[in-house]
Write a new protein. Structure first.
Length: 251
């Protein structure tokens, strides 16, 4: 009797769906179980780990957590490295070395390397693969391999409300003010004033806020119209539903 290929194909597809769903469910369970919170810190003993904060699983390299303080409601994505000190097991004294304020977001694959003091202000958001370090290689001896020369460290300060784009690099000694935007891929050193946008390598101020003149140079797009205080979420949802067919027809 000839085999029905459609029957075997359907059975194979069904098995694949069942297996795929099982793998996804299992991975979600692993992610939930492996995440780090104040209630479930695992083997990590931070000096402070605020309520509502979560370090996603899998974590990157984490050591020196006794000298790391993380505020409340922070989001630390997968594969984020957080280190205090050059090597694990060092005695760094009594002071906190790395501080994340409340509401800080560190995107996937980011690194924060704190040999000297690093402070990230509250509500600062970092895109994926941001690199923040207080230590850099030195190059005093031209005949000695750079990696064997003793590094130099300087404190880093990032003010509250900043946005660091994907792949931004913050070098030792950088001091970012309040509500600073760092463009993707920018390399920042030195002081950056409040309410400014920096881009490039090395990063330079490309836009800043003046209290009298507004943004200089002016924004190329108009500022969004603020939503009136009396508008309810239900009214906004109804307005969005009305606008959706018009947007679809304009395509």
């Amino acid at each position: 009797m000839p085999r029905n290929r459609n029957t075997f194909s359907s059975l194979s597809a069904w098995r694949r769906r069942v297996l795929a769903n099982a793998v996804r469910s299992g991975w979600r369970w692993v992610q939930e179980t492996g995440s780090v919170t104040a209630e479930h810190p695992g083997g990590l003993r931070f000096r402070r780990l605020g309520a509502g904060t979560r370090l996603a699983f899998p974590q990157g390299t984490v050591f020196g957590e006794q000298w790391i303080e993380i505020g409340e409601c922070c989001i630390v994505a997968e594969q984020v490295t957080l280190t205090a000190g050059m090597l694990p097991g060092l005695d760094l004294g009594t002071d906190t070395v790395l501080t994340l304020g409340d509401g800080v977001v560190l995107g996937r694959g980011s690194h924060v390397i704190a040999d000297a003091k690093v402070t990230i202000g509250s509500d600062t958001y970092c895109g994926p693969y941001v690199y923040i370090t207080s230590t850099n290689h030195s190059y005093d001896d031209p005949d000695e391999p750079v990696g064997r020369q003793w590094p130099r460290s300087e404190p880093v300060s990032i003010g509250p409300g900043c946005w660091l784009g994907t792949g931004a690099v913050i070098l030792p000694g950088a001091r970012l003010g309040r509500n600073v935007v760092v463009a993707a891929g920018a390399v920042v050193r030195g002081e950056v004033p409040d309410h400014s946008v920096v881009a490039g390598a090395p990063a330079k101020v490309v836009r800043s806020w003046d209290r009298d003149k507004g943004w200089q140079p002016p924004l190329r797009t108009p500022a969004p119209t603020p939503i009136p205080d009396h508008v309810t979420p239900e009214q906004l949802a109804a307005l969005a539903a009305l606008a959706a067919p018009e947007a679809e027809g304009a395509r």
